[in-house]
Design a protein around this ligand. Structure first.
Ligand code: NI
Length: 186
């Protein structure tokens, strides 16, 4: 079932989401929450969605990128369900990524992210998983995991003057952004 996405100003978005334990993860209710999260993400063409954004402050994130109309330039990421995810930078190098968020309707802006990260999590079946991510994909994981600590991309803007509407991003800024990130892999 598709759920409503909370938008900026809703106090739940500023909470620190709580960890999920094994029994809760295995419950029918939690598995249903995962299905709803995926359905809601896909219906809104999100590249990712955190459970806190649908009003459930638990450490659960869905990520999926596949010809995304909001972010046509993003490399594909298969559907990934992350429970209790941890993001660890692999080194100190950073990139500036232009981001949007379903909880911040209408706006995009520049955010500094680690260029390469290791992500570890538990999948929906309770199995430990990990991956290394780079570039835009690393940024996607960092954005989604920020939600679990009550952080929105607007908190991390490199410059508030980088905020744009989606139409103006496309018209005035997308070309330069794509040139800048063209050499980032994955
Ligand atoms: Ni977001």
């Amino acid at each position: 079932m598709k759920r409503d996405v909370l938008t900026i100003g809703h106090p739940v978005l500023r909470e620190r989401a709580r960890s999920v334990d094994r029994d809760e993860l295995a419950s029918a209710e939690f598995q249903g929450l995962i299905d709803d999260l995926v359905e809601t993400m896909r219906a809104a063409s999100g590249a990712g969605l955190a459970a806190i954004q649908i009003g459930v402050p638990v450490r659960l994130v869905a990520v999926e990128v596949s010809n995304n109309p909001r972010y046509p330039y993003k490399p594909a990421i298969p559907l990934t369900i992350l429970v209790n995810p941890e993001v660890t930078p692999l080194d100190r190098s950073t990139i500036v990524v232009n981001e949007g968020c379903l909880s911040v309707p209408g706006l995009r802006g520049d955010v500094r992210r680690y260029r390469s990260v290791e992500v570890t999590w538990t999948d929906r079946f309770g199995m430990p998983q990990s991956t290394e991510a780079h570039g835009l994909t690393a940024g996607t994981f960092q954005h989604e995991c920020d939600h679990l600590d009550g952080i929105l991309f607007v908190d991390r803007l490199t410059d508030s003057r980088s905020l744009t509407s989606w139409d103006n991003f496309k018209e005035f800024h997308e070309g330069a952004f794509l040139e800048r990130v063209a050499n980032l892999t994955g």
